[in-house]
Design a protein around this ligand. Structure first.
Ligand SMILES: CC(C)(COP(=O)(O)OP(=O)(O)OC[C@H]1O[C@@H](n2cnc3c(N)ncnc32)[C@H](O)[C@@H]1OP(=O)(O)O)[C@@H](O)C(=O)NCCC(=O)NCCS
Length: 143
């Protein structure tokens, strides 16, 4: 598996948008808006490939001096359970550390909370609804 960081507006970014839509929006009957996509111009995209196929993505959004938001974590359905998500989080955290980030926050779907807990993230909010489904805020402090 290789992990790269395709720039906004490149073919790699567009491929990631197709995977994000298929995993995170279409099953909910939703789609990204033009405003959603425009707001991502300052995000960093991490894309995992196996044999030249894009199999997983996650995005980093700057939030403050030493804080970032982890968002859009998605692994292709037939590639789950093979540590793609774990490797993406490792690459994300290594990059965040290099930027001097101390605090990572995210909105976790109820069904993904166990995944993030295994990687050291802790729930720190009550449940709320986002994209029509239950989420909780989670966070991790980098050492
Ligand atoms: C959640 C998701 C990113 C996990 O990716 P993955 O590549 O399948 O996960 P990994 O293989 O790296 O799993 C690492 C560990 O987490 C566990 N795990 C994976 N998904 C889990 C889940 N949904 N709940 C609890 N534990 C989970 C694995 O069993 C493994 O545990 P182990 O270390 O004890 O063996 C993936 O299932 C996915 O894309 N789901 C749909 C989209 C989604 O919910 N995204 C998150 C939005 S907040």
């Amino acid at each position: 598996m290789t992990i790269t960081r395709p720039a906004f507006g490149t073919p790699g970014w567009d491929d990631a948008l197709v995977l994000r839509r298929a995993v995170l929006r279409t099953p909910l009957g939703l789609d990204f808006t033009a405003a959603d996509i425009a707001a991502e111009a300052g995000d960093t995209l991490f894309a995992a490939y196996r044999d030249a196929r894009l199999i997983g993505v996650v995005m980093l959004r700057p939030e403050g001096v030493d804080s970032v938001k982890l968002r859009q974590m998605a692994v292709a359905e037939d590639m789950r359970g093979q540590r793609v998500g774990e490797h993406l989080l490792e690459a994300f955290e290594a990059h965040a550390r290099a930027l001097g980030v101390r605090h990572i926050g995210l909105a976790a779907r109820r069904t993904a909370i166990g995944f993030y807990e295994r990687q050291g993230y802790a729930v720190d909010s009550d449940e709320f609804i986002e994209v029509t489904i239950p989420h909780r805020h989670m966070s991790k402090t980098l050492r």
